[in-house]
Design a protein around this ligand. Structure first.
Ligand code: SAH
Ligand code: SF4
Ligand code: F3S
Length: 476
Protein backbone atom coordinates (compact mmCIF):
# COMPACT_ATOMS: atom_id res chain seq x y z
CA UNK A 1 0.00 0.00 0.00
CA UNK A 2 1.20 3.51 -0.81
CA UNK A 3 1.55 5.74 2.25
CA UNK A 4 1.22 9.42 1.54
CA UNK A 5 3.49 12.20 2.70
CA UNK A 6 2.71 13.25 6.27
CA UNK A 7 1.80 16.79 7.30
CA UNK A 8 4.50 19.33 8.15
CA UNK A 9 3.77 18.94 11.88
CA UNK A 10 4.10 15.17 11.70
CA UNK A 11 7.33 15.55 9.73
CA UNK A 12 8.77 17.82 12.44
CA UNK A 13 7.73 15.45 15.21
CA UNK A 14 9.34 12.50 13.42
CA UNK A 15 12.55 14.47 12.80
CA UNK A 16 12.69 15.20 16.53
CA UNK A 17 12.12 11.53 17.36
CA UNK A 18 15.02 10.55 15.07
CA UNK A 19 17.26 13.17 16.71
CA UNK A 20 16.60 11.46 20.03
CA UNK A 21 17.75 8.15 18.55
CA UNK A 22 21.00 9.82 17.51
CA UNK A 23 21.59 10.95 21.11
CA UNK A 24 20.81 7.47 22.41
CA UNK A 25 23.14 5.86 19.88
CA UNK A 26 25.87 8.28 20.87
CA UNK A 27 25.83 7.17 24.50
CA UNK A 28 25.67 3.52 23.45
CA UNK A 29 28.63 4.02 21.10
CA UNK A 30 30.60 5.70 23.92
CA UNK A 31 29.97 2.68 26.14
CA UNK A 32 31.09 0.29 23.41
CA UNK A 33 34.20 2.36 22.79
CA UNK A 34 35.12 2.21 26.45
CA UNK A 35 34.77 -1.56 26.51
CA UNK A 36 36.75 -1.95 23.30
CA UNK A 37 39.32 0.70 24.14
CA UNK A 38 39.15 2.19 20.64
CA UNK A 39 36.87 4.35 18.50
CA UNK A 40 34.13 2.83 16.35
CA UNK A 41 34.51 3.48 12.65
CA UNK A 42 32.03 3.74 9.80
CA UNK A 43 32.38 3.69 6.05
CA UNK A 44 29.76 4.57 3.43
CA UNK A 45 30.17 3.73 -0.26
CA UNK A 46 27.95 5.38 -2.86
CA UNK A 47 26.91 3.82 -6.15
CA UNK A 48 24.88 5.76 -8.72
CA UNK A 49 23.81 9.34 -9.15
CA UNK A 50 24.08 12.69 -7.36
CA UNK A 51 20.85 11.96 -5.51
CA UNK A 52 22.47 8.91 -3.95
CA UNK A 53 25.63 10.88 -3.22
CA UNK A 54 23.55 13.43 -1.32
CA UNK A 55 21.76 10.65 0.61
CA UNK A 56 25.16 9.24 1.56
CA UNK A 57 26.17 12.61 3.00
CA UNK A 58 23.14 12.32 5.28
CA UNK A 59 24.08 8.77 6.30
CA UNK A 60 27.64 9.92 7.06
CA UNK A 61 26.24 12.89 8.99
CA UNK A 62 24.17 10.56 11.17
CA UNK A 63 27.12 8.24 11.79
CA UNK A 64 29.27 11.22 12.80
CA UNK A 65 26.58 12.66 15.09
CA UNK A 66 26.18 9.22 16.67
CA UNK A 67 29.88 9.16 17.54
CA UNK A 68 31.35 7.05 14.74
CA UNK A 69 34.65 8.03 13.17
CA UNK A 70 34.61 8.05 9.38
CA UNK A 71 37.19 5.89 7.62
CA UNK A 72 37.92 5.66 3.91
CA UNK A 73 39.08 2.07 4.31
CA UNK A 74 36.04 -0.20 4.55
CA UNK A 75 38.12 -3.16 5.73
CA UNK A 76 38.85 -1.40 9.02
CA UNK A 77 35.29 -0.14 9.56
CA UNK A 78 32.96 -1.51 12.25
CA UNK A 79 29.89 -0.50 10.25
CA UNK A 80 29.90 -0.52 6.44
CA UNK A 81 27.04 0.77 4.30
CA UNK A 82 26.60 0.41 0.57
CA UNK A 83 24.17 2.94 -0.86
CA UNK A 84 23.23 1.10 -4.04
CA UNK A 85 22.08 1.95 -7.57
CA UNK A 86 20.13 -0.31 -9.91
CA UNK A 87 19.77 1.84 -13.01
CA UNK A 88 21.69 -0.68 -15.11
CA UNK A 89 22.59 -4.35 -14.67
CA UNK A 90 26.30 -3.56 -14.22
CA UNK A 91 25.46 -1.33 -11.22
CA UNK A 92 23.90 -4.40 -9.50
CA UNK A 93 26.84 -6.63 -10.45
CA UNK A 94 29.26 -4.12 -9.00
CA UNK A 95 27.50 -4.31 -5.63
CA UNK A 96 27.40 -8.13 -5.61
CA UNK A 97 31.14 -8.18 -6.41
CA UNK A 98 31.97 -5.83 -3.56
CA UNK A 99 29.74 -7.83 -1.18
CA UNK A 100 31.79 -10.94 -1.96
CA UNK A 101 34.87 -9.10 -0.77
CA UNK A 102 33.12 -7.81 2.37
CA UNK A 103 32.10 -11.35 3.23
CA UNK A 104 35.73 -12.43 3.34
CA UNK A 105 36.62 -9.44 5.54
CA UNK A 106 33.72 -10.18 7.89
CA UNK A 107 34.84 -13.80 8.28
CA UNK A 108 37.93 -12.46 10.03
CA UNK A 109 36.07 -9.63 11.81
CA UNK A 110 32.94 -11.23 13.22
CA UNK A 111 31.59 -8.01 14.77
CA UNK A 112 31.63 -6.04 11.54
CA UNK A 113 28.13 -4.73 10.70
CA UNK A 114 27.08 -4.55 7.06
CA UNK A 115 24.17 -2.48 5.78
CA UNK A 116 22.66 -2.08 2.33
CA UNK A 117 20.37 0.73 1.26
CA UNK A 118 19.40 2.71 -1.83
CA UNK A 119 17.65 1.85 -5.05
CA UNK A 120 18.50 -1.87 -5.36
CA UNK A 121 16.74 -2.51 -2.05
CA UNK A 122 13.39 -1.39 -3.50
CA UNK A 123 13.38 -4.45 -5.77
CA UNK A 124 11.82 -7.50 -4.15
CA UNK A 125 13.76 -10.08 -6.15
CA UNK A 126 17.05 -8.45 -5.12
CA UNK A 127 16.17 -8.41 -1.43
CA UNK A 128 15.19 -12.09 -1.70
CA UNK A 129 18.52 -12.89 -3.29
CA UNK A 130 20.42 -11.03 -0.56
CA UNK A 131 18.47 -12.78 2.18
CA UNK A 132 19.28 -16.13 0.64
CA UNK A 133 22.79 -15.79 -0.68
CA UNK A 134 24.29 -12.93 1.33
CA UNK A 135 23.12 -13.83 4.81
CA UNK A 136 25.98 -11.90 6.42
CA UNK A 137 24.20 -8.60 5.63
CA UNK A 138 22.81 -7.16 8.91
CA UNK A 139 20.71 -4.21 7.79
CA UNK A 140 18.64 -3.58 4.67
CA UNK A 141 16.59 -0.42 4.20
CA UNK A 142 14.94 1.21 1.20
CA UNK A 143 15.03 4.65 -0.39
CA UNK A 144 11.86 5.71 1.47
CA UNK A 145 13.33 4.73 4.85
CA UNK A 146 16.29 7.08 4.94
CA UNK A 147 14.48 9.39 7.39
CA UNK A 148 14.60 6.62 10.03
CA UNK A 149 18.24 5.67 9.64
CA UNK A 150 19.08 6.91 13.18
CA UNK A 151 16.51 4.47 14.60
CA UNK A 152 17.67 1.61 12.36
CA UNK A 153 21.30 2.26 13.25
CA UNK A 154 20.65 1.97 16.97
CA UNK A 155 18.50 -1.13 16.55
CA UNK A 156 21.12 -2.85 14.41
CA UNK A 157 24.03 -2.35 16.77
CA UNK A 158 22.00 -3.01 19.92
CA UNK A 159 19.84 -5.97 18.92
CA UNK A 160 22.43 -7.73 16.79
CA UNK A 161 19.84 -9.36 14.57
CA UNK A 162 19.05 -8.76 10.93
CA UNK A 163 16.78 -5.79 10.24
CA UNK A 164 14.90 -5.22 6.99
CA UNK A 165 12.77 -2.09 6.53
CA UNK A 166 11.41 -1.26 3.10
CA UNK A 167 8.53 1.13 2.49
CA UNK A 168 6.78 1.56 -0.87
CA UNK A 169 6.59 5.34 -0.71
CA UNK A 170 7.81 8.26 1.35
CA UNK A 171 5.93 9.19 4.55
CA UNK A 172 8.69 11.50 5.84
CA UNK A 173 11.35 13.34 3.86
CA UNK A 174 14.92 12.79 5.05
CA UNK A 175 15.36 16.46 5.95
CA UNK A 176 16.59 18.00 9.21
CA UNK A 177 19.05 15.14 9.62
CA UNK A 178 22.71 15.90 10.20
CA UNK A 179 24.84 15.99 7.04
CA UNK A 180 28.57 15.41 6.51
CA UNK A 181 29.42 17.10 3.24
CA UNK A 182 32.14 15.69 1.03
CA UNK A 183 33.24 19.19 0.07
CA UNK A 184 33.04 22.12 2.50
CA UNK A 185 32.63 24.60 -0.38
CA UNK A 186 29.99 22.97 -2.59
CA UNK A 187 26.83 21.02 -1.97
CA UNK A 188 23.87 19.35 -3.58
CA UNK A 189 20.40 20.38 -2.42
CA UNK A 190 17.43 18.10 -3.06
CA UNK A 191 14.57 20.09 -4.44
CA UNK A 192 12.43 17.08 -5.26
CA UNK A 193 12.34 13.34 -4.80
CA UNK A 194 11.09 10.59 -7.12
CA UNK A 195 10.03 10.62 -10.75
CA UNK A 196 6.68 10.47 -12.56
CA UNK A 197 7.93 10.06 -16.09
CA UNK A 198 8.14 6.32 -16.58
CA UNK A 199 10.52 6.32 -19.52
CA UNK A 200 10.01 2.74 -20.69
CA UNK A 201 13.61 1.61 -20.07
CA UNK A 202 13.98 3.16 -16.63
CA UNK A 203 13.68 1.64 -13.17
CA UNK A 204 13.98 4.92 -11.24
CA UNK A 205 10.22 5.67 -10.87
CA UNK A 206 9.75 2.18 -9.39
CA UNK A 207 12.57 2.45 -6.87
CA UNK A 208 12.32 6.13 -5.99
CA UNK A 209 8.56 6.51 -6.04
CA UNK A 210 6.32 9.38 -7.14
CA UNK A 211 7.52 12.93 -7.52
CA UNK A 212 7.49 15.06 -4.36
CA UNK A 213 8.70 18.67 -4.47
CA UNK A 214 10.05 20.28 -1.29
CA UNK A 215 8.57 23.65 -0.29
CA UNK A 216 10.52 26.59 -1.74
CA UNK A 217 10.97 28.24 1.67
CA UNK A 218 12.63 25.08 3.04
CA UNK A 219 14.96 24.84 0.06
CA UNK A 220 15.92 28.52 0.37
CA UNK A 221 16.57 28.12 4.09
CA UNK A 222 18.82 25.14 3.40
CA UNK A 223 20.74 27.15 0.79
CA UNK A 224 21.14 30.07 3.22
CA UNK A 225 22.40 27.71 5.93
CA UNK A 226 24.87 26.13 3.53
CA UNK A 227 26.18 29.50 2.39
CA UNK A 228 26.70 30.62 5.96
CA UNK A 229 28.62 27.36 6.45
CA UNK A 230 31.06 28.25 3.65
CA UNK A 231 29.35 26.83 0.55
CA UNK A 232 29.86 28.85 -2.64
CA UNK A 233 28.38 26.46 -5.22
CA UNK A 234 25.00 24.76 -5.04
CA UNK A 235 23.65 22.00 -7.25
CA UNK A 236 19.85 21.75 -7.17
CA UNK A 237 18.98 18.07 -7.46
CA UNK A 238 16.02 16.15 -8.82
CA UNK A 239 15.34 13.48 -11.46
CA UNK A 240 13.44 16.08 -13.45
CA UNK A 241 13.97 19.52 -11.95
CA UNK A 242 11.91 21.13 -14.71
CA UNK A 243 8.72 19.71 -13.28
CA UNK A 244 9.48 21.14 -9.83
CA UNK A 245 6.44 22.52 -8.03
CA UNK A 246 3.87 21.29 -10.53
CA UNK A 247 2.15 19.15 -7.92
CA UNK A 248 1.64 22.02 -5.44
CA UNK A 249 -1.89 23.27 -4.88
CA UNK A 250 -0.64 26.57 -6.18
CA UNK A 251 1.86 25.52 -8.82
CA UNK A 252 5.34 27.02 -8.52
CA UNK A 253 7.91 26.84 -11.32
CA UNK A 254 11.53 25.72 -11.29
CA UNK A 255 12.45 29.00 -13.02
CA UNK A 256 10.99 30.92 -10.10
CA UNK A 257 12.87 28.77 -7.59
CA UNK A 258 16.11 29.28 -9.51
CA UNK A 259 15.61 33.07 -9.44
CA UNK A 260 15.02 32.96 -5.67
CA UNK A 261 18.05 30.75 -5.03
CA UNK A 262 20.22 33.19 -7.01
CA UNK A 263 19.22 35.98 -4.61
CA UNK A 264 20.76 34.24 -1.57
CA UNK A 265 23.57 36.61 -0.48
CA UNK A 266 27.05 35.11 -0.65
CA UNK A 267 26.18 32.33 -3.10
CA UNK A 268 28.52 32.38 -6.11
CA UNK A 269 27.39 29.56 -8.39
CA UNK A 270 24.26 27.56 -9.07
CA UNK A 271 23.97 24.35 -11.08
CA UNK A 272 21.09 21.93 -11.44
CA UNK A 273 20.46 18.33 -12.52
CA UNK A 274 18.60 16.84 -14.35
CA UNK A 275 16.55 18.70 -16.94
CA UNK A 276 14.02 16.77 -18.96
CA UNK A 277 13.62 18.27 -22.47
CA UNK A 278 9.83 17.89 -22.38
CA UNK A 279 9.51 20.36 -19.49
CA UNK A 280 12.27 22.85 -20.26
CA UNK A 281 10.42 26.19 -20.39
CA UNK A 282 11.24 29.52 -22.03
CA UNK A 283 10.91 31.01 -18.56
CA UNK A 284 13.75 28.78 -17.34
CA UNK A 285 15.99 29.76 -20.25
CA UNK A 286 15.31 33.43 -19.39
CA UNK A 287 16.02 32.85 -15.70
CA UNK A 288 19.33 31.20 -16.58
CA UNK A 289 20.36 33.87 -19.06
CA UNK A 290 19.61 36.81 -16.74
CA UNK A 291 21.50 35.34 -13.81
CA UNK A 292 25.31 35.24 -14.03
CA UNK A 293 25.33 32.94 -10.98
CA UNK A 294 23.75 30.14 -13.01
CA UNK A 295 26.56 28.14 -14.58
CA UNK A 296 26.68 28.18 -18.36
CA UNK A 297 26.20 24.44 -18.54
CA UNK A 298 23.08 22.42 -19.12
CA UNK A 299 22.80 18.65 -18.94
CA UNK A 300 19.94 17.84 -21.27
CA UNK A 301 19.56 14.08 -21.77
CA UNK A 302 18.38 13.29 -25.28
CA UNK A 303 18.60 9.45 -25.04
CA UNK A 304 18.27 8.82 -28.80
CA UNK A 305 18.37 10.56 -32.16
CA UNK A 306 15.29 8.90 -33.61
CA UNK A 307 11.68 10.06 -33.22
CA UNK A 308 10.49 6.48 -33.49
CA UNK A 309 12.68 5.40 -30.55
CA UNK A 310 11.90 8.51 -28.48
CA UNK A 311 8.26 7.57 -28.77
CA UNK A 312 8.92 3.98 -27.72
CA UNK A 313 10.97 5.34 -24.83
CA UNK A 314 7.98 7.47 -23.71
CA UNK A 315 10.09 10.62 -23.67
CA UNK A 316 7.31 12.99 -24.84
CA UNK A 317 9.43 15.09 -27.23
CA UNK A 318 10.75 14.70 -30.73
CA UNK A 319 14.03 15.71 -32.33
CA UNK A 320 12.57 18.91 -33.77
CA UNK A 321 11.55 20.01 -30.24
CA UNK A 322 14.97 19.10 -28.84
CA UNK A 323 16.81 21.02 -31.58
CA UNK A 324 14.51 23.99 -31.02
CA UNK A 325 15.52 23.99 -27.34
CA UNK A 326 19.20 23.84 -28.29
CA UNK A 327 18.69 26.81 -30.60
CA UNK A 328 16.87 28.85 -27.93
CA UNK A 329 19.52 28.04 -25.32
CA UNK A 330 22.34 29.07 -27.64
CA UNK A 331 20.53 32.27 -28.65
CA UNK A 332 20.07 33.21 -25.00
CA UNK A 333 23.55 32.07 -23.88
CA UNK A 334 25.84 31.78 -26.92
CA UNK A 335 28.74 30.05 -25.15
CA UNK A 336 26.65 27.57 -23.11
CA UNK A 337 28.04 24.04 -22.74
CA UNK A 338 25.60 21.26 -23.45
CA UNK A 339 25.99 17.69 -22.25
CA UNK A 340 23.68 14.73 -22.54
CA UNK A 341 22.87 11.08 -21.84
CA UNK A 342 22.46 8.61 -24.71
CA UNK A 343 21.31 4.99 -24.71
CA UNK A 344 22.40 2.66 -27.51
CA UNK A 345 20.76 -0.64 -28.28
CA UNK A 346 17.25 0.21 -27.06
CA UNK A 347 14.85 -2.54 -28.25
CA UNK A 348 14.12 -2.20 -31.96
CA UNK A 349 17.00 0.24 -32.63
CA UNK A 350 17.92 -0.05 -36.30
CA UNK A 351 21.10 1.06 -38.04
CA UNK A 352 19.10 3.99 -39.37
CA UNK A 353 17.92 5.01 -35.88
CA UNK A 354 21.48 4.81 -34.64
CA UNK A 355 22.81 6.91 -37.50
CA UNK A 356 20.22 9.50 -36.45
CA UNK A 357 21.86 9.54 -33.02
CA UNK A 358 25.31 10.13 -34.56
CA UNK A 359 23.88 12.94 -36.69
CA UNK A 360 22.27 14.54 -33.67
CA UNK A 361 25.53 14.42 -31.68
CA UNK A 362 27.33 16.22 -34.52
CA UNK A 363 24.54 18.73 -34.99
CA UNK A 364 24.33 19.71 -31.32
CA UNK A 365 28.08 19.59 -30.69
CA UNK A 366 28.03 18.33 -27.12
CA UNK A 367 30.79 19.23 -24.68
CA UNK A 368 30.53 15.68 -23.39
CA UNK A 369 28.02 12.88 -23.08
CA UNK A 370 27.34 9.93 -20.83
CA UNK A 371 26.68 6.94 -23.05
CA UNK A 372 25.06 3.72 -21.95
CA UNK A 373 24.35 0.39 -23.53
CA UNK A 374 20.67 -0.38 -22.97
CA UNK A 375 20.23 -2.63 -19.96
CA UNK A 376 17.07 -4.64 -19.41
CA UNK A 377 15.42 -3.78 -16.08
CA UNK A 378 12.90 -6.23 -14.66
CA UNK A 379 9.41 -4.76 -14.49
CA UNK A 380 9.94 -1.93 -16.99
CA UNK A 381 7.91 -1.96 -20.24
CA UNK A 382 11.01 -2.05 -22.48
CA UNK A 383 12.17 -5.30 -20.89
CA UNK A 384 9.39 -7.17 -22.66
CA UNK A 385 9.58 -5.30 -25.98
CA UNK A 386 10.38 -7.41 -29.03
CA UNK A 387 13.58 -7.01 -31.08
CA UNK A 388 16.07 -6.72 -28.25
CA UNK A 389 19.33 -5.67 -29.90
CA UNK A 390 22.10 -8.32 -29.80
CA UNK A 391 25.03 -7.46 -27.50
CA UNK A 392 27.64 -7.40 -30.24
CA UNK A 393 25.58 -4.96 -32.33
CA UNK A 394 25.02 -2.68 -29.35
CA UNK A 395 28.72 -2.77 -28.44
CA UNK A 396 29.83 -1.94 -31.97
CA UNK A 397 27.41 1.02 -32.08
CA UNK A 398 28.57 2.13 -28.65
CA UNK A 399 32.18 2.34 -29.89
CA UNK A 400 31.15 4.37 -32.93
CA UNK A 401 29.14 6.72 -30.73
CA UNK A 402 32.08 7.23 -28.37
CA UNK A 403 34.35 8.13 -31.28
CA UNK A 404 31.85 10.71 -32.56
CA UNK A 405 31.39 12.26 -29.13
CA UNK A 406 35.15 12.46 -28.69
CA UNK A 407 35.35 14.57 -31.86
CA UNK A 408 32.65 17.05 -30.83
CA UNK A 409 33.92 17.21 -27.25
CA UNK A 410 37.46 18.05 -28.35
CA UNK A 411 36.17 20.70 -30.70
CA UNK A 412 33.98 22.24 -27.99
CA UNK A 413 36.68 22.11 -25.35
CA UNK A 414 39.13 24.00 -27.59
CA UNK A 415 36.78 26.97 -27.96
CA UNK A 416 37.90 28.49 -24.65
CA UNK A 417 41.64 28.50 -25.37
CA UNK A 418 43.31 31.73 -24.26
CA UNK A 419 40.22 33.00 -22.40
CA UNK A 420 40.05 33.90 -18.71
CA UNK A 421 37.36 32.06 -16.71
CA UNK A 422 36.53 31.81 -13.03
CA UNK A 423 37.63 28.47 -11.63
CA UNK A 424 36.34 26.99 -8.39
CA UNK A 425 39.42 25.18 -7.06
CA UNK A 426 38.27 21.81 -5.71
CA UNK A 427 41.30 19.72 -4.80
CA UNK A 428 45.03 19.16 -4.91
CA UNK A 429 46.16 17.46 -8.09
CA UNK A 430 48.07 14.18 -7.88
CA UNK A 431 50.91 16.05 -9.54
CA UNK A 432 52.67 18.08 -6.82
CA UNK A 433 52.33 21.85 -7.15
CA UNK A 434 49.07 21.65 -9.12
CA UNK A 435 45.44 22.12 -8.09
CA UNK A 436 42.28 21.12 -9.99
CA UNK A 437 39.00 22.94 -10.39
CA UNK A 438 36.14 23.63 -12.75
CA UNK A 439 34.89 26.56 -14.77
CA UNK A 440 31.17 27.30 -14.84
CA UNK A 441 30.88 25.32 -18.07
CA UNK A 442 31.96 22.33 -15.97
CA UNK A 443 35.29 21.84 -17.76
CA UNK A 444 38.17 20.67 -15.60
CA UNK A 445 41.25 22.90 -15.29
CA UNK A 446 44.61 22.07 -13.72
CA UNK A 447 46.74 24.98 -12.59
CA UNK A 448 49.75 25.74 -10.39
CA UNK A 449 48.61 26.33 -6.82
CA UNK A 450 48.42 25.02 -3.27
CA UNK A 451 45.94 23.86 -0.63
CA UNK A 452 45.17 27.44 0.43
CA UNK A 453 43.27 27.88 -2.87
CA UNK A 454 40.82 25.02 -2.30
CA UNK A 455 37.23 26.28 -2.15
CA UNK A 456 38.14 29.66 -3.69
CA UNK A 457 36.96 31.01 -7.02
CA UNK A 458 39.90 32.45 -8.95
CA UNK A 459 40.25 33.93 -12.45
CA UNK A 460 42.31 31.57 -14.60
CA UNK A 461 43.73 31.90 -18.08
CA UNK A 462 42.93 28.69 -19.97
CA UNK A 463 46.31 28.31 -21.60
CA UNK A 464 46.33 24.92 -23.23
CA UNK A 465 43.49 22.59 -24.15
CA UNK A 466 44.43 18.94 -23.64
CA UNK A 467 41.46 17.28 -25.31
CA UNK A 468 38.91 17.31 -22.50
CA UNK A 469 40.59 19.49 -19.91
CA UNK A 470 42.76 22.58 -19.64
CA UNK A 471 46.08 23.59 -18.25
CA UNK A 472 45.82 27.13 -16.95
CA UNK A 473 47.31 29.71 -14.63
CA UNK A 474 45.89 32.33 -12.31
CA UNK A 475 45.27 35.53 -14.28
CA UNK A 476 46.12 38.71 -12.39
N1 SAH B 1 16.32 11.56 -14.57
C1 SAH B 1 17.38 11.65 -15.45
C2 SAH B 1 18.25 10.42 -15.59
C3 SAH B 1 18.35 9.39 -14.56
S1 SAH B 1 19.17 7.92 -14.96
C4 SAH B 1 16.82 11.95 -16.81
O1 SAH B 1 15.70 11.68 -17.12
O2 SAH B 1 17.57 12.44 -17.60
C5 SAH B 1 20.59 8.47 -15.84
C6 SAH B 1 20.69 7.94 -17.21
O3 SAH B 1 20.80 6.53 -17.21
C7 SAH B 1 19.50 8.19 -18.11
O4 SAH B 1 19.47 9.47 -18.64
C8 SAH B 1 19.66 7.14 -19.18
O5 SAH B 1 20.46 7.60 -20.23
C9 SAH B 1 20.40 6.02 -18.45
N2 SAH B 1 19.55 4.86 -18.24
C10 SAH B 1 18.45 4.77 -17.49
N3 SAH B 1 17.93 3.53 -17.56
C11 SAH B 1 18.74 2.81 -18.39
C12 SAH B 1 18.73 1.47 -18.86
N4 SAH B 1 17.78 0.63 -18.53
N5 SAH B 1 19.72 1.08 -19.70
C13 SAH B 1 20.70 1.96 -20.06
N6 SAH B 1 20.74 3.22 -19.64
C14 SAH B 1 19.78 3.66 -18.81
FE1 SF4 C 1 14.19 7.61 -15.54
FE2 SF4 C 1 12.93 9.02 -17.33
FE3 SF4 C 1 12.54 9.52 -14.74
FE4 SF4 C 1 14.84 10.14 -15.87
S1 SF4 C 1 12.86 11.03 -16.37
S2 SF4 C 1 14.55 9.10 -13.94
S3 SF4 C 1 15.14 8.52 -17.36
S4 SF4 C 1 11.95 7.66 -15.85
FE1 F3S D 1 20.79 4.77 -9.61
FE2 F3S D 1 18.85 5.25 -7.96
FE3 F3S D 1 20.23 7.26 -8.96
S1 F3S D 1 18.85 3.72 -9.56
S2 F3S D 1 20.87 6.50 -10.94
S3 F3S D 1 21.01 5.71 -7.64
S4 F3S D 1 18.07 7.26 -8.45
Amino acid sequence: MQTSLKSIEEQRAEALRQTEFIAETRSYVLELEQTLGRPLKSNVTTFGCQMNARDSEKIRGIFAAAGFQNTDNEDEADFVIYNTCTVRENADQHVYGRLGHLNSVKKKKKDMVIGLCGCMMQEKHIVEKIKKSYSFVDLIFGTHNLYEFPELLLKTIREKKRIIEILDSTPYLPESLPVSRKYPFKSGVNIMYGCNNFCTYCIVPYVRGREISRRPEEILQEVRNLVSDGVVEIMLLGQNVNSYGKTFEEPYSFAKLLREVCKVPGLRRVRFMTSHPKDLSDELIEAMAENPLVCRHLHLPVQAGSDRLLKKMNRHYDLAHYMELVKKLREAMPDISLTTDIIVGFPGETEEDFEGTLRLVREVGYDSAFTFIYSKRTGTPAASMPDQVPDEVAHARFDRLLATIKETAEEQCARFEGQVHDVLVEELNKEPGLVTGRIGHNLVVHLPGDASMIGKIVPVRLRECRGFYYLGEVAF
